[in-house]
Design a protein around this ligand. Structure first.
Ligand code: AMP
Length: 581
């Protein structure tokens, strides 16, 4: 039997694994560790969760990291925050007897401010989810220049979740990468492609049964509120620039109305429903087949018998009542050996129905976060860059124009040209998504959902009757703060904050959106913050007990024991929600 000593890892790591009760290495550890200890060999490990793969990459990483160099040397990218935390937890256990090595987890849905601070402490191993990592790169809060080792954990899941561009971006932006270690439970074609493009002669190891036939349809769902269904649909479409898909509605009126609305907003879509003549129907179908139309919106009856190849996405604008109909709809994609995605936009109240479909359909459905405005812009940007780079310049007589162009652009830097091209292409998206709101129906909203939903509706009506841009803070206070909590915090202007920087600070720490805040009242030493009830605990959890410039932050509900009473006027400005302005 192989032992950890036999694999050649550091004695301090062996001491830790001993303590954890690891007697012998698992199959993936046995095959991966000797290869990975070299630090220069690319590696693919096909292994499911539970096979010990975290130690298979975690132990060699700790062995080869330079503890004296206080900058990120290894990057582990994984699909979810849970996995991110779990990996860090295990690495912490493994490095118990090593000194000078730090590891940090960075993932979405948590305070980016704290994560940035952690990164500044000189960590060597960063464990990240792709979205948050890109955010940090954009904020210049992390430098990938010196990264030597990139580990992609659960690579298939990351691609399923739409992170392909992000992964490629990360791989392209680690210039000093000496090796890439990819772990995946399955080996779909996309992973092969990524590995071919970014890895050099990877050593491939398979442990246990690998599902190479990977189910051809990925079932995904997005949970939103009833009033955000249409916006969610738009965001899904915008997040998938290459989409070629069918959207299903329950009624022909919906199909017609959504099609008209999307067409007005510049989307390439037409409707198929029972009221069309055969001629009209053939015309629409012809265009869709030719791909002159990118999207088709249809009722179940009208779509019966459609067999079009290459459909990338089926979207259920609403869930059908019948499981069988769901199966028919989703079966339009993932044909002829191609991968397809079936997306359902689900209202929280429909979850029971959804669970039923999931059970009977016997597939695992993946809950997805509705992309933020920033996610959409990034995705569009990547797609645009791809388009730009793959433009065919082999035909036209472009050479003739080059000297002319060169002269015209002599004064403009390459970066500026790129920025201008991007601005031309992205203006619409950037403007539209600048203040995009979070469309996800959050679990934590549940306790206050009904009353808050009603109150929001009422507020919106009030605002629109006032001409659109009411000062919502005034309304919160007018309503006696119903739906809002008031938090006390022992930070104030004496801490060097102005209102705007204070606002930014609490939002960064708590990863909440500006929209949840009401009135802010700042004094020298203390401040009071009005915040939507559903978000109050998250803010308290994120700030209370943390340190600010060496001082312990105290934050609590002002109306349950803490200091209270608004005494200032509080006149920060809130940006109008989309549709208000
Ligand atoms: P993973 O596949 O990394 O999620 O690991 C699954 C579980 O196996 C974790 O709880 C590990 O702590 C445990 N584990 C990993 N390696 C070993 C080993 N060599 N012996 C016993 N348990 C292990």
């Amino acid at each position: 039997m192989m032992t950890f000593e036999g694999l050649g890892i550091d004695a301090r790591l062996i001491q830790a694994t001993d303590e954890l009760g690891y007697v012998n290495p698992t199959a993936i550890q046995e095959q991966a560790i000797p290869v990975l200890l070299s630090g220069t060999q690319d590696f693919i490990g096909l292994a499911q969760t539970g096979t010990g793969k975290t130690a298979a990459f975690g132990l060699p990483l700790l062995h080869i990291i330079d503890a004296a160099a206080k900058y990120p040397q290894a990057l582990v990218v994984c699909p979810t925050r849970e996995l991110c935390m779990q990996i860090v937890k295990e690495i912490e256990l493994f490095k118990k007897y090593m000194t000078g090595i730090s590891v940090v987890a960075v993932y979405g849905g948590a305070s980016i401010g704290l994560q940035i601070r952690d990164l500044k402490r000189g960590v060597q191993i960063v464990v990240a989810t792709p979205g948050r990592l890109i955010d940090l790169i954009e904020r210049k809060a992390i430098n990938l220049e010196q990264i030597k080792y990139v580990v992609l954990d659960e690579a298939d899941e990351m691609l399923n979740m739409g992170f392909q561009d992000d992964i490629e971006f990360i791989l392209k932006n680690t210039p000093k990468r000496e090796s890439t270690w990819l772990f995946s439970a399955t080996m779909p074609a996309e992973i092969r492609k990524v590995s071919k493009k970014y890895m050099k002669d990877p050593k491939e190891v398979t442990v246990g049964k690998v599902n190479t036939a990977n189910k051809s349809i990925d079932h995904q769902y997005y949970v939103t509120t009833a009033q955000h269904r249409y916006e969610t649909l738009k965001r899904i479409i915008d997040f998938n620039p290459g989409i070629y898909g069918i959207i299903f509605t329950r009624t022909k009126l919906d199909a017609q109305e959504i099609s008209e609305r999307l067409t007005r907003e510049g989307y390439d879509i037409d409707a198929l429903h029972g009221d069309l003549t055969q001629g009209q129907r053939d015309k629409v179908m012809g265009q869709f087949r030719d791909k002159t139309l990118q999207l088709l919106i249809a009722t179940d009856v009208a779509a019966r018998g459609i067999d079009v190849q290459g459909i990338t996405h089926v979207i259920n604008f609403e869930l059908p009542d019948d499981v069988e109909i769901y199966t028919h709809r989703s079966g339009r994609t993932g044909r002829a050996g191609l991968q397809g995605i079936c997306i359902s936009i689900v209202h929280q109240k429909e979850m029971y129905k959804f669970k039923q479909i999931e059970r009977i359909n016997n597939s695992q459905f993946h809950k997805m976060d509705i992309p933020t405005g920033k996610d959409v812009c990034r995705k569009q940007f990547f797609a645009f860059m791809e388009k730009l780079l793959s433009a065919d310049i082999s035909h036209g007589d472009y050479e003739t124009y080059v000297p002319m162009l060169a002269e015209k652009f002599a004064e403009v830097s390459k970066e500026d040209v790129l920025k201008r091209v991007a601005a031309m292409e992205f203006d619409r998206f950037l403007k539209y998504y600048e203040n995009a709101e979070d469309l996800n129906a959050r679990e934590r909203d549940r306790s206050t959902r009904e009353p808050r939903g009603q109150e929001n509706g009422r507020r919106r009506e009030e605002r629109s009757s006032e001409g659109g841009r009411g000062d919502s803070r005034a309304e919160y206070s007018r309503g006696g703060g119903s739906g809002y909590s008031r938090l006390f915090v022992n930070l104030g202007t004496k801490d060097g904050f102005f209102k705007a920087s204070f606002l930014q600070f609490v939002l960064d720490m708590s990863d909440l959106k500006k929209e949840v805040l009401g009135k802010i009242d700042m004094k020298d030493m203390n401040s009071w913050i009005e915040i939507e009830k559903g978000a109050a605990q998250q803010m308290i959890r994120s700030l209370d007990g943390k340190n600010y410039k060496g001082r312990r932050i105290r934050m609590n509900d002002a109306d349950s024991g803490g200091p209270g009473g608004f005494s200032g006027s509080g006149n920060g400005s809130r940006r109008p929600r989309r549709g208000e302005g």
